[in-house]
Write a protein that binds this ligand. Structure first.
Ligand code: HEC
Length: 266
């Protein structure tokens, strides 16, 4: 009897663990800050889509994603998508391509901007990587575009959101010495042999937003790109809770059945 019960509990625990979209333990992202994205947050997804179309789509394509599908998933009408989110001559049924020519982009930036359809999935840290990347641009005159990034050192992408965030400058500290007297590697990039320990934004170079507002911009964009990387995740996450309730209900039924069967045996 107790054996059966513990078996049932184990099955339920296993079923819960195997449920897609529900992670019981969140992974530690190293030095990265968690983006705390919520794929069921339609408003965040809509803001992210709008930010993406305004600030990113001129360089990056999302060639696995159609405008129409995006509209459906984000709860937008065909008209809303056409009026607010399509900036090229694309039709609603087409994929989200950039207006920029790859050869021109390479000539200008030194590198063609990659397609971002699955970028949130190709990074080990997922959407957190994008969130941290968007927050880690800093002024570096030695770079062709005048920008560098601690999450992606030497990136050839300029900081396209600088008017919102402002212009970050690195705060430096000498490299630490380890127990054996050797210099340790820096956590987040280095400039002139010193480690970057943080950023400051001089008053004259403040952006239109404060840090909290800009965090939300970075989070909305990360949420949107996480969705684009796995469009079905939006539906799955909202289904997850029903699946758990359903399983709990099934377990309860199984338990009642068991009680019923064993009644005669005893
Ligand atoms: C002016 C063109 C341009 C714009 C606008 C732009 N990017 Fe980029 N982006 C690039 C280039 C070029 C790279 C490649 C950098 C490299 O490999 O050095 C890149 C790389 C990236 C990467 C890393 C891709 C990878 O596979 O590692 C991400 C993520 C990214 N961009 C996100 C964004 C987001 C989000 C926006 C809008 C807020 C944006 N980009 C706007 C040019 C641009």
């Amino acid at each position: 009897m107790t054996k059966l019960r513990s078996h049932l509990m184990k099955s339920l625990a296993l079923a819960l663990l195997l449920l897609p979209g529900i992670s019981l333990a969140s992974s530690e992202g190293g030095a990265m800050e968690s983006a705390q994205i919520d794929l069921t947050d339609k408003a965040a997804l809509q803001r992210g889509a709008s930010l993406y179309m305004n600030y990113c789509s001129s360089c990056h394509s999302l060639s696995y994603q159609r405008y129409s599908r995006m509209g459906e998933d984000l709860g937008l009408t065909k008209e809303q998508v056409e009026q607010n989110l399509i900036f090229t001559d694309a039709k609603i049924g087409e994929t989200i391509d950039t207006g920029m020519d790859a050869a021109n982009a390479t000539a200008w930036l030194g590198k063609a901007p990659p397609d971002l359809s699955v970028v949130a999935r190709t990074k080990a840290e997922g959407a957190d990587w994008i969130y941290n990347y968007l927050k880690s641009f800093y002024v570096d005159e030695s770079r062709p575009m005048g920008w560098n990034n601690t999450v992606f050192p030497g990136a050839s992408m300029p900081h396209v959101l600088w008017e919102m965030q402002g212009m970050q400058h690195p705060v430096l500290e000498p490299k630490r010495k380890g127990a054996n007297g050797e210099e340790e590697a820096c956590h987040a990039g280095e400039v002139g042999g010193q480690c970057i320990k943080g950023f400051v934004i001089p008053d004259a170079q403040k952006g239109s937003m404060d840090a909290e507002q800009y965090d939300r911009v970075a989070r909305d964009l990360s949420t949107f790109l996480a969705y684009v990387g796995e469009p079905s995740a939006v539906k799955r996450e909202s289904m997850g809770v029903w699946v758990v309730l359903f399983l709990a209900f099934l377990t309860f039924l199984a338990y009642l059945l068991k009680v019923e069967y064993w009644r005669d045996v005893h």
